[in-house]
Design a binder for this molecule. Structure first.
Ligand SMILES: [Zn+2]
Length: 382
């Protein structure tokens, strides 16, 4: 990568972004990352505004629309939060070693943020003219995007394409589908009694929960194309009391077909028993819908765009979730993994291949230029 391009030192920008901690819930850190993106967005001719959310970090929305009658409506999505606590960047800041760059969030996904901006810096006026471009930067993705989800969905609705800049796989592959995730909580209520003097008066919530846990694990084995696991449990009040309460959290991953089966199976665990006097409540919270099928024309266009630069890029289905799940579930043609090639996300060994920053930026620029061509008019067969 040429370090200087369009007046912006992309590698230095990456270094700055990585060295700015932005943990989940750290609104100050998240705003600090935004404040480094805004001047670059300004220089690229985008108008920027900050959207408040209901209790979460704000969302940064940047737009630029060309003057051609039929413009391709493209959404680009990146998150600025990382999983790393404040102080991590100071303890192990951005560093280069050989062909790779390391640091907290360098792949997930501060490298992707740089690719987004660098790609736009390569667009000619003609391409800009054929684009109606919206960029969304959020700061709660690592927490499941509960606050930014409505903004992402609003911005994605009616778009011709949504491009998400999570890191490419270590192999360099881009991501064309993702499983969905849902979280459930089971709450068992029983009746307390003294375990020595009057055990028969109690209704043991933990015993019922034990049955439910085995049922949940069995469900995971029974349903194809899904994984279901108990992940966190709690129960009882004191060592000499028959437990009146117990609860467990469940993590479920699925494609869109399996989601309904998992939902039915877990909801069937609600109700009284099996221990007399106990009852179970099942609550679903959070999660993301599945991004079950590739949008082949968009993936093909990208792979082909990369080929014109001499890059061979594969496509792959991923097990983890991202904000691409939201845009794809709306039916908006979506492609993910457009950031640099990297690995070790959420660990101390997280890295990117430095050369892939420039390669991915250029591949994205070619893709955008192609999407901007006049043939990308509404009603065009894709
Ligand atoms: Zn990410």
């Amino acid at each position: 990568m040429t370090v200087e391009r369009d007046g912006t030192a992309w590698l230095s920008l990456l270094e700055e972004l990585v060295n700015t901690d932005s943990a989940p819930g750290d609104h100050t850190g998240i705003e600090a990352v935004y404040s480094r993106l805004v001047p670059v967005l300004d220089r690229l001719g985008l108008s920027v505004r900050q959207r408040a959310t209901d209790g979460g970090p704000s969302v940064l929305v940047a737009r630029r629309s060309g003057s051609r009658t039929h413009r391709s409506r493209v959404l680009m999505v990146g998150h600025v939060d990382t999983v790393f606590d404040r102080g991590t960047a100071q303890a192990r800041p951005f560093r280069m070693a050989g062909e790779r760059a390391f640091g907290p969030g360098v792949a997930d996904m501060k490298g992707g943020l740089v690719v987004m901006l660098a790609a736009l810096s390569e667009l000619g006026e003609d391409a800009w003219d054929g684009l109606d471009l919206t960029m969304v930067f959020n700061g709660d993705e690592e927490s499941g995007s509960p606050f930014s989800r409505p903004v992402i969905e609003e911005m994605a609705t009616g778009r011709d394409a949504a491009l998400v800049f999570e890191a490419a796989r270590p192999s360099g592959a881009v991501v064309t589908s993702r499983r969905g995730v849902a979280r459930y909580r089971l709450d068992v209520t029983g009746r307390a009694s003294h375990s020595g003097s009057n055990p028969g008066a109690g209704a043991n919530a933990l015993e019922t929960l034990a049955h439910k846990i085995l049922g949940i694990q069995q469900l995971g084995r029974d349903v194809d194309r899904a994984t279901v696991n108990v992940v966190l449990a709690d129960g009882g009040t004191r060592p000499n009391i028959i437990p009146p309460v117990a609860s467990v959290h469940v993590d479920a991953r699925f494609d869109d077909e399996a989601e309904r089966t998992v939902e039915r199976g877990l909801q069937a665990l609600a109700g009284p028993g099996p221990v007399e006097g106990t009852t179970t409540q099942v609550t679903r919270y959070g999660g993301r819908p599945a991004f079950p099928r590739p949008f082949d024309w968009l993936a093909g266009e990208y792979v082909d765009a990369a080929k014109t630069l001499g890059l061979r890029i594969e496509t792959v289905a991923a097990g983890g979730v991202s904000d691409a799940n939201f845009t794809a579930a709306l039916g908006v043609p979506t492609l993910d993994g457009l950031g640099p090639s990297g690995g070790g996300a959420h660990t101390d060994d997280e890295y990117i291949e430095v050369a892939s920053l420039a390669e991915r930026a250029s591949a994205c620029a070619v893709l955008l230029s192609r999407l901007a061509r006049p043939r990308a008019a509404p009603g065009d067969q894709r």
